[in-house]
Design a protein around this ligand. Structure first.
Ligand code: ADE
Length: 233
């Protein structure tokens, strides 16, 4: 089974619409939809925004459904001139940019317990997702790079440059780093696929309003192509 987590309804609605839902279960105020999409067994859930909501959701999903793989799907702010609205980013490592225990001697971004700054993601799943983007002639560039999460909507050039120069991230959002942590400690294969809705700059709020629904649909459409391909890895 593959678990799919999106923060907002827009980020999971199309999957729920396209799948054959066999069961919907409420746990911890989350609504898990289990069923089939293109013959593939999946469970889909909306986590809510932010790292804590996403972590609660991922851990609950793992305990209840034991998926072999989890994909975090949704939108993100693009970092760098190359990463444009509509582009796709596959997470080659997940970061939590708001974690800072440097005052007690740690590296910036180091997540206590697992003691990592860059939490690994599945290169095999990224390969399949990139191949799916080629197959469906995805309109936009596909980047494989680090995604940085934090409990902030980034809308300043200063902050996004800091995230880029400190962590080498190409996109920012608010969930995938915490889901990566949960998957890492549970040994669940994981990646995040995000479509760029804004450039995390001073115009980010306006761009997000305009492009987030479109961007969310781009990732769910890609997943509809990718899910049957993922069965075979
Ligand atoms: N999700 C989409 N755009 C974002 C941004 N600029 N900051 C944080 N999360 C986002």
């Amino acid at each position: 089974m593959i678990g799919i987590i999106g923060a907002m309804e827009d980020e999971v609605a199309q999957l729920k619409k396209n799948m054959e839902i066999e069961e919907t279960t409420e746990v911890a105020s989350l609504s898990f939809c289990r069923g089939k999409l293109s013959g593939r067994e999946i469970v889909v859930v909306r986590s809510g925004i932010g790292k804590v909501n996403a972590a609660i959701c991922a851990q609950t999903m793992i305990l209840r459904y034991a998926p072999s793989r989890i994909i975090n799907s949704g939108v993100a702010g693009g970092i760098g001139a190359d990463v444009k609205i509509g582009d796709l980013v596959l997470a080659d490592g997940a970061i939590q940019h708001d974690v800072d225990t440097t005052q007690i001697g740690d590296q910036i971004g180091m997540v206590s317990g697992i003691n990592l700054v860059v939490i690994p993601t599945s290169s095999e799943m990224n390969r399949v997702l990139a191949e799916a983007a080629r197959r469906c002639a995805y309109q936009g560039n596909v980047h494989i790079g680090r995604i940085a999460s934090g409990d902030q909507f980034i809308s300043s050039a200063e902050k996004l440059h800091w995230i880029a120069s400190t962590f080498g991230a190409v996109a920012c959002e608010m969930e995938s780093g915490s889901i990566a942590q949960v998957c890492y400690i549970n040994g669940t294969e994981y990646t995040a696929v995000r479509c760029i809705s804004d450039n995390a700059d001073s115009n980010a709020g306006v761009d997000y309003e305009q492009f987030s629904t479109f961007a969310a649909h781009q990732t769910t459409e890609l997943l509809c192509t990718a899910l049957p391909m993922l069965e075979n890895i």
